[in-house]
Design a protein. Structure first.
Length: 589
């Protein structure tokens, strides 16, 4: 392992040194080229140089006159001495030298092509001329008459040896830094190796890799979500199921805690890709802190739109605590399906009873016809048309023509009547169109009606004399209205109602039962102790709101007590729950 670390350090240093060496060379070269070009530009714009090159280009003498070359030679000699350059050559428009470090070269054509500069273009090149290899910049000289004519060039050269000397200095500094970095890397590798051996208790990389593979296989092979906590209560690991259950897609609603345990299971496909550590709700962290030293703590939590069964267990190595593990099981789908199945079963029972009663009445009508009692048969059938196919305890049921809603209300009306509660449909109810989502609609309405009946029964139990002389104290009313494809409903009871401060808490999982039982003045502790007996597990309203939101609708507690019945009123809005096609409307009519 130490050799691997050292090899990595050496390779990285070589790469970094190579990159910096290349960058240093490019930088030094660029600086030299920029310096040569700047000197050439300065020299080409000097008035004496422009005048001398203009005169030489006009005369085109076989050998430039000394009165032209001597002043220019003095300028270039002074420039070379001041800037430590190899040469500064001035030519006319033919490329004939007017200055040169060697006087005998004056009057001869330059050794490298002057075409670029004479064409009015600047250039920087690395060339080899009569004075050796240089970095040279060539700049055009424009006429002193300012007519834009190119009358010569200035060529400034810097020795390649100067450039190489600068590069050697750069490389020397870079090499020294690389050696120091290598020494520090070796020391750091030795110290890191010793610490790793101490932290891993001598376990080598191969064993650690095997342990990591086993852990990944176990975590991602589970159908439940798994969260690992350290001693400080922070999440250290999670599997893909936990990431999905706690992801932002599940919402960020209020977490409600219920002390009821459950053994139900909700399976989910694990995403094999790592999504990082999820944002863990405070309720789950609190559950981990409350977990006992021995055994497990199980509670239901509502996280957003999910109902989770959470199990918290502390983990020890010997007698030393090393953290804890929390498992998450999604029970939302199973509980929703159970509620839907209950609603469908209730409707099926009502439809079977309705079919049986309707068959009996048809047999009676057939018997009257067979015996020739046509007047009695006509009167009997007219009575059936007025009252419906079956006697129902739900007042106003004839206003509801949808078979699903009618069957649900009849079934709930029978159950309510057995409990001594009357169920009625308000006279202003009107539903056009057919229900397109019967499972979800009946789940929501069935839960609200059941809760209302329980609230009425519970109120009468707490005050058995309250119903004397007042029929409204044991009643539940349902108002159903349609608006396009939206279904609106209000369920009102004569129970004790719900306190305004609990209008939102009542929709939290595990809370609705205890709040409805103790809404006005009763002690919470007494009611919570028997909440399961009266209101099940307190998940009905939470599921109702979740299903409504899935359709883009809502379920809410209407403000204050109902003015007529005096109890609680729950409102429902379900977009897309009704079909408004012409065929359906014709069938209705």
């Amino acid at each position: 392992m130490l050799l691997s670390q050292l090899a990595v350090v050496v390779v990285m240093l070589v790469l970094v040194t190579g990159v910096f060496a290349w960058m240093s060379r490019e930088n030094v070269t660029e600086v030299s080229e920029t310096e040569a070009l700047a000197i050439a530009r300065t020299l080409a714009t000097t008035a004496e140089v422009r005048a001398g090159a203009t005169r030489a280009s006009e005369e085109h003498a076989p050998h430039p006159a000394p009165e032209i070359t001597e002043p220019l030679q003095e300028i270039t000699n002074e420039l070379r001495a001041r800037n430590d350059i190899l040469f500064a050559v001035i030519t006319d428009d033919r490329g004939i030298r007017l200055t040169h470090p060697r006087p005998d070269a004056i009057g001869k054509r330059v050794s490298t092509s002057p075409e670029e500069a004479l064409a009015g273009r600047e250039s920087v090149t690395h060339d080899k001329g009569t004075l050796g290899e240089t970095v040279r910049a060539k700049v055009p000289i424009y006429s002193s008459t300012d007519d834009g004519t190119v009358v010569g060039e200035v060529s400034v050269g810097i020795r390649s040896s100067v450039l190489d000397a600068d590069l050697r200095r750069e490389f020397l500094v870079l090499g020294s830094v690389a050696l120091v970095a290598l020494a520090l890397g070796v020391l750091a590798s030795l110290a890191l190796g010793r610490r790793l051996r101490r932290e891993t208790l001598g376990v080598g990389p191969e064993e650690l890799a095997e342990m990591a593979r086993d852990q990944g296989a176990v975590l991602h092979g589970l159908d439940d979500g798994v969260l690992g906590f350290d001693l400080a209560g922070e999440v250290t690991l999670s599997n893909s199921v936990a990431n999905r259950l706690l992801s932002e897609e599940s919402g960020s609603g209020t977490e409600a805690v219920s002390g009821a345990a459950s053994g139900s299971d909700s399976r989910g496909d694990a995403d094999e890709s790592s999504a990082g550590l999820p944002e863990v709700p405070e309720s789950i962290r609190q559950l981990m802190t409350e977990a006992p030293e021995h055994g497990a703590l199980r509670r239901r939590l509502t996280v957003g739109d999910r109902i989770l069964l959470v199990t918290a267990v502390r983990v020890k190595r010997g007698e030393v605590s090393v953290g804890g593990v929390v498992t998450l099981r999604d029970e939302t789908q199973m509980l929703t399906m159970a509620q839907q199945l209950e609603s469908v079963t209730t409707m099926a029972q009502a439809l079977r009873a309705q079919r049986h009663e309707f068959a009996n009445r048809l047999h009676t009508a057939l018997g009257l016809v067979d015996t020739g009692a046509t007047d009695e048969a006509r009167s009997y059938l007219a009575t059936i048309l007025r009252t419906g196919p079956i006697a129902t305890p739900v007042e106003g049921i004839e206003l509801i023509t949808d078979p699903y809603l009618s069957a649900l209300l009849e079934a709930k009306g029978t159950t309510a009547a057995e409990a001594g509660v009357s169920l009625a449909v308000t006279p202003d109810s009107l539903v056009l169109g057919r229900v397109t989502e019967p499972e979800d609609v009946t789940l929501i309405l069935g839960n609200l009606i059941d809760n209302a009946v329980r609230a009425v029964v519970q109120a009468s139990v707490q005050d058995p004399h309250s119903s004397s002389g007042d029929d409204r104290t044991s009643a539940v009313e349902v108002q159903l209205l349609s608006s396009g494809d939206e279904l609106h409903a209000i369920v009102t009871d004569t129970g004790e109602g719900v306190a305004p401060e609990d209008a939102e808490r009542i929709f939290e999982e595990g809370v609705s039962g205890s709040l409805q039982k103790s809404a006005v003045g009763s002690e919470r502790s007494a009611s919570e102790s028997s909440a399961d007996e009266v209101h099940g597990l307190g998940i009905g309203l939470a599921l109702c709101r979740r299903v409504a939101r899935r359709h883009g609708g809502r379920v809410w507690l209407v403000d204050d007590h109902d003015a007529t019945l005096g109890g609680a009123s729950f409102g429902v809005r379900l977009p897309g729950a009704l079909s408004t096609t012409e065929t359906d409307n014709e069938e209705r009519r």
